[in-house]
Write a protein that binds this ligand. Structure first.
Ligand SMILES: [Zn+2]
Ligand SMILES: [Zn+2]
Length: 402
């Protein structure tokens, strides 16, 4: 299983060397293809014509071969194709591509066929598959198929990071919604250079090291074979450009950190733990990539005496024993009114819950759909009675017990 280990190694290298794997949740969204199940090729497969394997005419040019390989990889990669023959087919096309994408090997193959490749360390040895091509075929744009994930083209736009802000709301604002302001600090596109990082009027030329591609190829030789990997050009750091003066406002970054106040509309019915997303208020993207989003994590302050459970709220009301016996009219605070009149019926028991229908909190985003307000009645028993009162209570007791 030498080939399997080799493939895994290269995947690891590529991952580590890739500077555009974004931190945080986007990493989770990046779906790394599982390594192909490579097995030593059999004699029969080695005898297959490599052009035929890729489905292109003999002597096809580099571009045709590359396109055919991408299409075939999309179709046969074991991650997208779970038929039993997929792994085998995928291996075949990878090997065919490894040979035909290498001008030297291609020439030898064109002239001498399979035997022309014999000297390279035996079947399967020294296969130089540029896995970047495979990745491109899955992550690259245009196709729309394959996996969702961050666009990773070296020179392409990069989306800015998402940001988090925390906001504590008043109890009633959380119930009924409102306007709030949040202070944030995020990266904004530099106005001076419009995000390019280049000083206005400065000369921009193609980077000599990478010829403008932003990447350089590196061949890594390991006991398991040689592998070609792409890394970001060290000269231009992936920009592909050589610039004679950078923007002084943003030190060539194209973005600068700004403090900002963001106005947010709080919908009714929010609660601790809810998040609000404000599109485009995260960090600015680079190379004209879109900005990330701002996520506002909400928490709700306590309101004295009020407890909320979803759409229902509960308060407590203390009445004395006589009112509990005889009934009374009490004034309480509700979410809407500071003094709301509530009837305590005669004979109310301690712990009775009175229900005020529709006086609770609105459902999330639905102002008219409201829960209930429960009033829990506490009955206060007098602790001390003077002589006369005590007599009266005794009389009452004796009378009622008859
Ligand atoms: Zn600038
Ligand atoms: Zn460069």
């Amino acid at each position: 299983m030498v080939r399997r280990r080799a493939a895994a190694l290269v995947l690891g290298l590529l991952h580590a060397a890739n500077p555009f794997v974004l931190p945080g949740p986007r990493v989770a969204a990046l779906h790394m293809p599982r390594r192909p199940q490579l097995r030593p090729p059999t004699a029969l497969q080695m005898a297959r014509d490599l052009y035929e394997t890729l489905g292109v005419p003999r002597g096809s040019d580099e571009r045709t071969i590359k396109r055919a390989f991408r299409d075939a990889a999309r179709k046969w990669h074991p991650d997208v194709n779970d038929t039993p023959e997929a792994a085998e087919r995928y291996k075949e096309i990878s090997q065919a591509y490894a040979t035909l994408s290498d001008p030297d090997k291609k020439q030898r193959y064109d002239m001498y066929g399979e035997t022309g490749l014999g000297g390279g360390g035996g079947p399967g040895g020294g296969v130089e598959v540029n896995l970047e091509d495979i990745f491109d075929s899955f992550f690259g744009g245009g196709g729309g198929g394959g996996f969702g994930g961050a666009r990773r083209q070296q020179n392409g736009p990069i989306q800015g990071d998402d940001l988090r802000a925390d906001l504590e709301l008043d109890f009633k604002t959380a119930c009924f919604g409102g306007q709030e302001k949040v202070r944030i600090s995020h990266l904004e596109k530099c106005e001076t250079c419009e995000g390019s990082g280049v000083k206005p009027g400065a000369q921009v030329r193609s980077c000599a090291t990478c010829k403008g591609s932003g990447v350089v190829m590196q061949v890594t030789r390991t006991p398991l074979g040689s592998f070609q990997t792409q890394t970001v050009c060290p000269t231009c750091r992936g920009g592909g450009q050589s610039v004679d003066a950078y923007c002084t406002q943003c030190s060539g970054q194209g973005v600068s950190r700004k403090a900002k106040q963001v106005s947010v509309t709080i919908p009714c019915g929010v609660d601790t733990g809810n998040k609000l997303r404000v599109a485009g208020e995260g960090d600015a993207g680079s190379r004209n990539g879109p900005a990330g989003d701002l996520y506002i994590f909400l928490s709700v302050k306590n309101l004295n005496g009020f407890e909320r459970d979803g759409v229902d709220v509960t308060t407590r009301l203390s009445v004395d024993a006589y009112d509990a016996i005889l009934g009374s009219s009490e004034t309480i605070e509700t979410l809407d009114e500071p003094s709301f009149s509530v009837d305590v019926p005669a004979g109310t028991q301690p712990g009775t819950k009175l229900r005020l229908k529709g006086k609770g909190a609105p459902a999330l985003g639905k102002a008219t759909q409201r829960g209930d307000h429960y009033v829990v009645v506490d009955v206060a028993i007098p602790k001390k009675l003077d002589g006369d009162s005590k007599k009266l209570v005794e009389e009452l007791r004796d009378k009622l017990r008859k």
